[in-house]
Design a protein around this ligand. Structure first.
Ligand SMILES: C[S@@+](CC[C@H](N)C(=O)[O-])C[C@H]1O[C@@H](n2cnc3c(N)ncnc32)[C@H](O)[C@@H]1O
Length: 264
């Protein structure tokens, strides 16, 4: 028993959190996060050590998922990296499309709360589950009966959350016009080449130098992400062998003390 306890004590905090969330895919990829941030891995590990402080939140998310009939939490597989990006970049505005139960949103909100600054703007056009049980041919991102977008996000994180319900085709351009800057953008909504290209083109004018842009499920979105990366002169950084990809918006040499884009 003492041996087990000693082993658990040594366990990486991100691994513990992934277990609390009920999905090993959420184990953070430290190297991926460090490369995107252009920071040493020790900086990422230092932030990941904070995971223990929100273990109760992850427990609540997991309980709500199970109550809602979802055995596996994960729609977005890198919630802890999201937390790390927000803690290190300290963005004034984060934008995400695609909320579903709100795993990604909750981890962004946790980081903003700890930063004591910054706002999350989320857009979701929910898909509704048809009956009391999720049908075999239905998507697990559908809302269980009686739930709304972000249904697993604990109440104490919701203050100040700008959650907009509707298609991003309509709501994203309007939102972007209202924002002075975007320091982090996550695409996790409609995974088609046309839609991803539209979202990237819409947010592009507001992205700050050094902002991180993420897109999940790029196996379904053709050349949209590579094209955007080429247009802005950024390098794509893939999370392991998955199709979750990211890039860091280039920082002009004049803003980076003469060293442009240390990540690339
Ligand atoms: C993969 S889930 C998002 C998962 C979420 N990021 C998480 O961490 O659990 C995709 C969500 O995008 C929504 N969606 C699909 N098409 C959309 C669109 N055109 N505009 C906004 N939301 C959309 C879906 O209904 C669903 O709620």
């Amino acid at each position: 028993m003492a041996k087990v306890r000693a082993h658990l004590g040594r366990e990486d905090p991100g691994t513990v959190t992934a277990r609390l969330l009920g999905d090993p895919r959420a184990r953070p990829n430290v190297r991926w996060a460090a490369r995107l941030l252009a920071r040493p891995t020790r900086d990422v590990r230092a932030i990941l050590a904070e995971c223990a402080s929100f273990a109760d939140t992850d427990r609540i998310i997991r309980e709500r998922q199970i109550e809602g009939g979802r055995s596996s939490y994960a729609q977005f597989r890198a919630p802890l990296e999201l937390y790390t990006f927000v803690r290190i970049l300290r963005p004034d505005h984060v934008v995400e499309t695609g909320v579903s139960s709100g795993v990604s949103s909750a981890h962004i909100l946790l980081a903003l709360k700890r930063n004591k600054e910054g706002v999350l703007h989320s857009i979701d056009r929910p898909i509704l589950q048809r009956g009391p049980e999720l049908g075999a041919r239905e998507t697990p991102v559908a809302l269980p009966p009686g739930r709304r977008s972000g249904w697993a996000v604990p109440e104490e994180l919701r203050t100040g959350w700008d959650l907009r319900i509707g298609p991003s085709e309509e709501l994203l351009p309007r939102l972007v016009r209202q924002l002075p800057s975007i320091g982090l953008f996550l695409h996790d909504s409609r995974h088609t080449p046309v839609h991803l290209a539209f979202e990237l083109a819409t947010v592009a004018p507001r992205l700050t130098p050094g902002a991180i842009v993420l897109a999940d499920n790029t196996a379904w979105t053709g050349r949209a992400f590579p094209r955007f990366a080429r247009q802005i002169g950024a390098r794509i950084i893939r999370r392991g062998k998955s199709d979750l990809v990211g890039l860091r918006v280039p920082v002009p040499a004049s803003l980076s003390g003469g060293v442009a884009n240390p990540a690339s």
